[in-house]
Design a protein around this ligand. Sequence first.
Ligand code: SDX
Length: 439
Amino acid sequence: MSPTSSTDATGSATPTLTVTDNRTGQTYELPIENGSIRAMDLRQIKVDEGDFGLLAYDPGFKNTANTRSTVTFIDGDEGILRYRGYPIEQLAESSNFLEVAYLLIHGELPDRDQYDAWDHEITHHTFIHENLKQFMDGFHHDAHPMGMLVSTVGALSTFYPEAKGLDDPDARHMQIIRLIAKFPTLAAFAYRHSIGMRYAYPDNDLSFSGNFLNMMWKTTELKYEPDPVLERAMDALLILHADHEQNCSTTTMRAIGSSDADPYSAAAGAAAALYGPKHGGANEAVLRMLNEIGSVDNVADAVKAAKNGEFRLMGFGHRVYKNYDPRAKVIQGLAHEVFEVTGKNPLLDIAVELEQIALEDEYFVERKLYPNVDFYSGIIYQAMGFPTSMFPVLFAMGRIPGWLAHWQENLLDDEQAIVRPRQLFVGEDERDYVGIEDR
Ligand code: SDX
């Protein structure tokens, strides 16, 4: 029977997957919804009544959807990224980070009053409790700023016990404001500690990104005045990092939130996941890689070594994008604006040459490995004066609204439950204990 617009090949109004278990000859009809089947529908497929039923085995969740979400849409083949339906290119061009944070969390762009209230609330929550400085001061002089950030974000939960009131929308709103507002302060304080400089406090007269640059770079001037080009570039970079659907750190945020832990503890876990060089730590790894390559003349040999598996081309490849990461394209454009002010970062030539050779090489083409968001971002950050150790911290600062949007979406989703996957046990069967003398 040929499918009509409202039925599938079996004539069913709900599209179904017919599965035959050849162990028993049994056939099952599994409903297909949103291009997926429910993993729980596999459990009915058994050999006998005592059987647990079939599981889906998916290391790294490469083909598993764990949620329905309305926050961010990515089409990896087409290189499309939209926050709440708005293309990333338009937001990077015309919006600002606080407005994008509002969009991600509330689902709509704010009107003027909503924006002004949001901006005012965040601006007036940038200070951290003075005791938190003692946490910062306790770190070794060469502590990695990301390790400091993970620890102090988690410590925030001890200052706001009301954050456990997850059912109260006002309490959730307050913690969302605090986390967005205090991340830059913690980030800048971590940097200032690492260079032995006193902390520069927030300046409420400045924009979100301008104030971050103030807390990073202020020295003896009475009032720090950010360079408008660098302020704008910082803001655009934060927009580009603000969300990316179910990436490793966001999934971590959802998983921790699923146990009803407070959002500060969840954000600390998400930041810890982001720290990994396969994820948000890649921008730092890209700069190390480009410095090791050292010159444009060495690029061809570096690509050969990457193809031989001697090292991973950091900033290349992506679980979802099998096309150019749209964020990398926008960042390339930003690089030229920043270099007008800072002078060109010589590593850019090596990066461009590396991209050129890789994109023409069969190894990368057949694996659909393109530059991702981390490939060019570090080159800009370095030109703006940030040490490489601060790169994952900048990534986290951008990503906090995305983490919070997904944390809240997960909390409010009646379908969700505490994250507790199954396993395929392939270990030892039962065996008796043997005393050490007899082993
Ligand atoms: C981010 O998920 C997100 O959305 C993340 C992110 C976000 O905004 O949150 O976009 C941010 O994390 C970007 C990615 C930053 N990481 C890097 O740049 C590190 C280098 N990239 C790789 O480690 C890798 O590409 C991953 C981790 C990003 C993706 O890994 P997958 O999807 O598990 O792919 P894979 O490791 O299975 O690789 C597939 C093949 C393998 O070859 P074969 O074993 O099939 O022969 O491609 C190869 C890999 O060896 N490969 C690479 C490569 N990345 C993958 N070979 C050389 N250089 C690379 N960078």
